[in-house]
Design a protein around this ligand. Structure first.
Ligand code: NAI
Length: 358
């Protein structure tokens, strides 16, 4: 029996989480749910967006599925997504971007997995505020040691990229490619410009690739990668990127396959895994009953596979694909001009589809 921590989230989170729980329960797996609030709801009840018992639950269960949570602005609370990533050492973010038939897109075929390093790079938070005493010391040091001038009216963010973190994420990406029978891994970088950060990334990636002779390895400058993704996305298979480029390219890829409402995701560490849709809490449609639950349901298919429940994951994915292809119930975000199907109608259609298959 598997126990999974379920964090419904806020905004549309509780709606898409309830829908996802219904479809997983209808598969009659032996999963039990350990449900906990986090985010704005938990600030009201526990005074913090991420109460310690939520982390304890994920640490004990190893696997969590999470609805979106609103990041409170100006409250001084750390984003719970960042907190989960740091506290559980979730170093890999994975976004499968697959185009399902029936979903409006400019392309015929897209099936790309974006693997993003989650801990380093410009997102590590090493920042120097314009005009601060720290930046003055930094300016003085850089001028004296290296004759690098920094303008007085500049702010500075530092970009660390280590061999250790690069080796971990590239190894992870190759293992994923091997597990899923993928042929090619493309590493994105800008090592021609940032020789000492992206240079480490590229060199470590190339060295790591020699351990995986069965997967074709390719490297590409990230701007060129963006051009290929917009032009002939079927040429790319698995892509691995440092944090910042990975953030941008994964949203670009979500746009190739129909947008946020159908884009699942997962954050993985060596011990823990947190599955979640890519979209946010969508306050503009929260409570209206029209949120698209597909991204969270697809995240559940990733979770089921992670738990070794491949057959159930396959049934759920096929049922979702059937509903998308049939277009009898179409979520709001997939035809903005038509009558939006309710979250409940979409959920019922998915359950009907896999019951019909069984
Ligand atoms: P958002 O993804 O919540 O919404 C962007 C647009 O997409 C909105 O028009 C929304 O109605 C629509 N949309 C999103 N998901 C949808 C769905 N499942 N069905 C139908 N329409 C959907 O992004 P936004 O507005 O930038 O962020 C809102 C809040 O969510 C912020 O506080 C942000 O920090 C948070 N957020 C949380 C994330 C997480 O918990 N993983 C991820 C991204 C944002």
């Amino acid at each position: 029996m598997s126990t999974v921590t379920l964090i419904p989230g806020d905004g549309i989170g509780p709606e898409v989480s309830a829908a996802t729980r219904r479809v997983v329960d209808a598969l009659e797996t032996d999963i039990t749910w350990d449900v906990h609030d986090a985010g704005v709801i938990a600030i009201e009840t526990h005074g913090t967006p991420l109460p310690p018992h939520v982390l304890d639950s994920i640490k004990a269960n190893k696997v969590a599925i999470k609805g979106p949570v609103t990041t409170p602005v100006g409250t001084g609370f750390r984003s719970i997504n960042v907190a989960l990533r740091q506290d559980l050492d979730l170093f890999a973010s994975v976004r499968p971007c697959k185009l399902y038939e029936g979903v409006p897109s400019r392309y015929d075929e897209v099936d790309i997995i974006v693997v993003r390093e989650n801990t380093e790079d410009l997102y590590e938070g090493i920042e120097f505020e314009m005009g601060s005493a720290e930046i003055e010391r930094l300016r003085g040091y850089l001028k004296y040691m290296h004759n690098f001038p920094i303008r007085k009216d500049a702010g500075v963010s530092v970009k660390p990229i280590s061999v250790t973190a690069t080796r971990d994420i590239v190894t992870f990406a190759f293992e994923l490619a091997t597990k899923h029978g993928r042929d090619k891994l493309t590493l994105g970088h800008k090592a021609n410009i940032m020789k000492f950060s992206d240079g480490v990334w590229l060199e470590t990636g190339q060295k790591t690739s020699t351990d995986y002779p069965d997967v074709e390895f390719d490297e590409m400058q990230v701007d060129e990668m963006a051009m290929y993704l917009a032009w002939i996305p079927r040429d790319l298979d698995i892509v691995v990127l440092p944090n910042l480029y990975g953030d941008i390219i994964s949203d670009l890829c979500a746009g190739l396959v129909g947008g946020l409402g159908v884009a699942p995701g997962m954050n993985l560490g060596k011990e823990h895994a947190v599955f979640e849709p890519t979209h946010g809490s969508a306050p503009d449609i929260a409570g209206l009953g029209i949120a698209n639950p597909i991204a969270m349901m697809l995240s559940a298919t990733l979770m089921l596979r992670h738990l070794g429940l491949d057959e159930e994951a396959g049934r759920l994915e096929e049922a979702i694909a059937h509903v998308l292809k049939e277009r009898k119930v179409v979520p709001a975000d997939l035809h903005p001009d038509g009558e939006p199907a309710t979250t409940e109608a979409i959920t019922n259609a998915v359950i009907d589809a896999f019951n019909a298959d069984s």
